[in-house]
Each structure stands twice: as C-alpha cells, then as structure tokens.
Design a protein around this ligand. Structure first.
Ligand code: AHR
Length: 330
C-alpha cells in the first residue's frame, strides 16, 4: 500500500510539473501547426476616414486564413480606454499587443505590465514618449514632422506660382488631438518652417480633434474672429472637409478665397480637390496591417526588426487629383 501511495505521489508531481510548463508562455517553437497567433489591437477610435482605413487594414490582414486571431478594441479617442484594453489583452495572454496611442505620454505603467507578462508591444501609427524604449519592440508609421514641413514647402511654391510670394499671408490651423504624435509632429513641422517666411502670420490654432464636426465648429469661430484668412492648415482631411463646409456657409469660396492645406490624402480628399475645394493633401498612409504582420512574422522566426520604421509618403496637389484618384487604396 505504502509503495502504491509513493508511486501515486510521484505521478502527481510529474503531472503538476508538466501542467506548470504548459501554463508558462508558449514559445514559437512550442506552437503546434494550425495554432493561431493572437493579436490585441488597441485602436484610437473611428474619428476619421484615415482611421477607418487603418482599422480595415488590420481587420483584413489579421484573419484566421493568415494564421491570426485579432482582438480589436476601439478606444473612442480616450487613453484610459486604451489602457483598459491593454490590461484585458494581458489577462487574455495574447501573443502580441499592437498599440496606436491616442497621445504620446502616460504609457510607462501599463507597458511595464505588458513587459512583465512577456508580451511584445508593437506601436503603429503614433509614437509614445517613454524613458525606457524597451517598453516597446518597434514602431511603424508616418513621419508627421516631415509631413508638416512638406505642407509648408508646397504652400511656398504655390504662392510663388500664383504671384503672391511677396504678400502678407494670414494662416489659421485646425490641430488634431492635442498631445498625439500626428498633431505634435505636424504642428512642429509647420511652425519650424514659419521663420523662413516672415510675411506669413499664424493668426490662430485650435484643436478640431481630427473630426469633421469639430473642424467645422472651430472654422466657424475662426471666420467670425478673422475676416482676412488666406490659408487654412487642417491637420487631417476630415477637419478640412468641416472647414470647407464652414467657409461655404460663410459665403466664401474654399480653394480660391481661402487656400486649403490638408493631411492624409484619403480618397474623399481627392474628390474634394477635383471639385476645386481643397488645394493639397499631404499623405499619411494608414495601411499598417500588412506592415505589422511582416514584423510579427519576423519576430516569430526570432529575427531582429528595426526599432523605428518610417513609411514613404507623398504630397498630392489638386492638379494631380483627377489622374491619381483611381489609384488610391483608401
Ligand atoms: O495618427 C494619424 C492621424 O489620426 C490621421 O491624420 C488622422 O486622420 C487620424 O485620426
């Protein structure tokens, strides 16, 4: 009987050791054929056409046929919702967390928790500001500061062509979500180049939260405060659409009386340029799904990935819109 008991005990120990091992994080080598890679995506929200295209890009890439299970969370533009989503992903023991951060600051604690749990975090679209860059594996997105600088370069060239290079030019800016990389970078890019144009005057800047309705509302108030606006810089296309509506309602002609400079280059911006309402849109490419999938595939194979990965982006003035609209993917 004693002998039987000790055999039983030994069996229990072996079994519990085995189950201990299986509950620890599965490595790539442990994965069985047919296992899905579980990816939690903490998305910003659904504030713009760009964002919708970005969501579709992830949802169409991270599908079962490609070997993934996607857990998607829409944070409705609130950082606290993204923090909750990341904690849920950690609880569910996902294989990878992808974060498109609403704002740049305030990520240390939750990303520390992800690191502790051994879950790699891939930043997509916007950046974060942390003292310890081991809190994320890598980042892929657009160069927002360069986008701002490109917008200024285009405006200078356009004013020159129009014979207005020596005029005083009054500008207002509709900013994106304050503290987001897209806002910080584009605002810095534009402001940094203003000193090269002493006759350009930035009359006002206010956030339109990257939405069409807020863009329209802020533009309406700009038009009430200033009767001599020459240029609107809208930090995304949707705010530009709102501004265009406000300008039309005020009896002015967008694209002619007031030059509209925008960012994203979504399909609807091309339509707006063809209609003569928008003058230029500086591209910000949202199709990050396949890029993030490529990163994950490399990590799965144990390969190294570049920490910072910028995406190539172009500048699309109105006179190119008709030729290019059919080639646009978002
Ligand atoms: O972070 C990218 C920006 O976020 C896009 O310009 C904007 O449309 C979106 O909401």
């Amino acid at each position: 009987m004693k002998k039987l008991l000790s055999v039983l005990l030994a069996c229990i120990m072996v079994f519990s050791l085995a189950s201990c091992n299986s509950s620890s994080k599965e490595t790539t080598a442990d994965k069985k054929d047919g296992d899905l890679i579980v990816v939690g995506y903490a998305q910003v929200g659904a504030e713009s056409d760009w964002r919708t295209a970005n969501t579709v890009s992830f949802q169409s890439t991270f599908v079962e046929e490609n070997g993934y299970k996607l857990i998607f969370d829409d944070a409705q533009q609130k950082q606290e919702n993204q923090i909750k989503a990341i904690r849920n992903f950690i609880q569910q023991d996902v294989d990878y967390i992808v974060l498109a951060p609403v704002v740049e600051t305030g990520w240390e604690t939750v990303l520390g928790e992800a690191k502790e749990a051994g879950i790699p975090v891939i930043l997509s679209d916007r950046m974060i500001e942390v003292s310890d860059d081991s809190l994320y594996t890598c980042w892929v997105g657009g160069n927002f500061k360069k986008e701002g600088e490109d917008a200024v370069a285009w405006l200078a060239e356009y004013l020159e062509k129009e014979g207005r290079a020596d005029e005083d030019i009054n500008i207002v800016t509709l900013q994106g979500t304050i503290g987001s990389s897209a806002q910080v970078g584009r605002t810095d890019g534009v402001d940094g180049k203003l000193s090269e144009h002493p006759k350009w005057h930035m009359l006002d800047k206010q956030t339109g939260e990257f939405t069409q309705s807020k863009g329209q509302e802020v533009m309406e108030s700009f038009l009430k405060s200033y009767d001599d606006i020459d240029v609107v810089i809208a930090e995304n296309d949707n705010m530009a659409f709102g501004a265009i509506d406000a300008i039309k309602a005020a009896g002015k002609d967008p694209g002619k009386d007031i030059i509209i400079v925008s960012f994203d280059a979504v399909k609807a911006a091309f339509e707006s340029m063809i209609a003569g309402d928008m003058n230029v849109s500086v591209e910000c490419n949202p199709l990050h799904g396949p890029r993030v999938a490529e990163i994950i595939q490399k990590l799965e194979k144990g390969e190294k990935v570049d920490k910072i990965q910028y995406v190539d982006e172009g500048v699309f003035p109105a006179d190119t819109a008709a030729d290019l609209i059919d080639t646009r993917k978002y």
